[in-house]
Design a protein around this ligand. Structure first.
Ligand code: RFL
Ligand code: PHB
Length: 389
């Protein structure tokens, strides 16, 4: 089999790239290790930057998001018994849209199926060959038989645990990592959201976040030790802990109910450089991870895809290779700023097990400053709604 761009990974990065390229007549094949249902079953991101919504529109898959997505003009920050609001719209003129990653992925799969582009699910043992030559190819096993896919370029959109990044020789790849000493326990419940906007809470018992998917579906998180297991957290224990960490008025309004999904995610910051090796490009979680506190992971995947689509489109349409040469540097310039913001949000809002009294006072001063300074609020808002790309 032969294609122009072989895409490894059928998550949001790979699907979005596939759709944008398809719309320009560039042929792609997506190789995905899991089934479609498995991919759609992962509950992850919920907040889309305006730039990402625009990309969904450009890809022709934005209709349902425009209809069902919840536009949020701001967010609440709660700490030390008080809560204040950051007004994104007033401070930056921009808003975010609450629309689940599951829905984004579903819309992209539907569009891909409708246009007949090839997606090979349950592709096992994917291996990249000749990425630093002019004739790269991929081998994989499907239904017990070894297959070969020849291509012009390979897009490594296979997430943090994929094969693409690992294919780049250690002598070329540089990795930067920070692992945080806690995780997030998240639950999804068929209950009304506690507030019209998200609440990020810094509390002495640990961080908490009240988010949502739609007017009848809530998504909540509490910071927990990395040693905790999902089985340690009954629904009752979760709701009691969340109530203890959010402002009293929100706790009084909180509607509780059975969880329909419950999982623990570790928090890490990670960047791999460069994001291109020959004809192999890394995009999304394959190249970088942010802790979820700034809601940046999915949005960063989208900006990578913006740069990668631009590079490939210029190559095929204009015979211009400059986008390809510049892809890694362009993408990384934005990645590092989102890393900084996500690290800052995480550091400002969580309780660290080894937090000294000095660290504690710094956190309090940071939050006081944020509450009282328009400049500080603008800096948060500008990053939260998304830096330009
Ligand atoms: P994905 O979604 O991991 O998709 C990669 C795909 O590649 C497949 N794969 C392979 N396929 C073939 N061969 C192999 N060897 C393969 N290895 C892997 C996988 O099966 C998978 O289908 O990466 P992608 O597309 O780059 O998308 C990235 C986003 O999923 C991620 O950044 C976000 O979910 C992060 N994130 C958030 N991002 C936001 O922008 N806003 C948020 O509010 C937000 N909240 C979150 C989050 C992530 C979370 N978790 C659990 C990590 C909240 C949480 C709790
Ligand atoms: C979510 O709704 O899942 C969500 C929202 C905001 C974040 C992280 C996750 O910062």
């Amino acid at each position: 089999m032969r294609t122009q761009v072989a895409i490894i990974g059928g998550g949001p990065s790979g699907l979005l790239l596939g759709q944008l390229l398809h719309n320009e007549g560039i042929d792609t094949v997506i190789l995905e290790a899991k089934t479609r249902d498995y991919v759609l079953g992962r509950i992850r991101a919920g907040v889309l930057e305006a730039g990402m919504v625009e990309m969904l529109n450009r890809a022709g898959v934005g209709a349902r998001c425009a209809k069902e997505g919840l536009v949020h003009d701001g967010t609440y920050i709660a700490a030390a018994g008080r809560s204040f609001r950051i007004d994104f719209k007033e401070l930056t003129g921009k808003v975010v849209t609450v629309y689940g990653q599951t829905e984004v992925t579903r819309d992209l799969y539907d569009a891909r199926e409708a246009c007949g582009a090839a997606t090979i699910h349950e592709a096992e043992g994917v291996q990249i060959h000749g990425a630093d030559t002019d004739a790269p190819y991929i081998t994989y096993v499907k239904d017990g038989a070894e297959q070969r896919l020849d291509c012009d370029f390979i897009a490594g959109c296979d997430g943090f645990h994929g094969v693409s990044r690992k294919t780049i020789p250690a002598s070329i790849l540089r990795e930067y990592e920070k692992v945080y000493p806690f995780g997030w326990l998240g639950i999804l419940s068929e209950t009304a959201p506690v507030s019209d906007e998200l609440i990020y809470a810094n509390n002495e018992r640990g961080f908490a976040l009240c988010s949502m998917r739609n007017p009848q579906l809530s998504r909540h998180y509490v910071q927990c030790p990395l040693t905790d297991k999902v089985a340690d957290w009954s629904d009752e224990r979760f709701w009691a802990e969340l109530k203890a960490r959010i402002p009293a008025d929100a706790a009084a309004r909180l509607e509780t109910g059975p969880s329909i999904e419950k999982s623990i995610a570790p928090l890490r910051s990670f960047v791999a450089e460069p994001m291109r090796w020959g004809r192999l490009f890394l995009a999304g979680d394959a190249a970088h991870i942010v802790p979820p506190t700034g809601a940046k992971g999915l949005n960063l995947a989208a900006s990578d895809i913006h740069y990668l689509h631009d590079a490939l489109s210029r190559h095929y349409k204009d015979k211009d290779g400059q986008g390809i040469e510049e892809y890694s540097a362009r993408a990384l310039a934005r990645v590092w700023k989102a890393e900084r913001f996500s690290w800052w949000m995480t550091t400002t809002l969580h309780r660290f097990p080894d937090q000294s009294e000095f660290d504690q006072r710094m956190q309090e001063a940071e939050l006081d400053y944020l509450e009282s300074s328009r400049a500080a609020q603008t800096a948060l808002a500008e990053n939260y709604v998304g830096l330009p790309f």
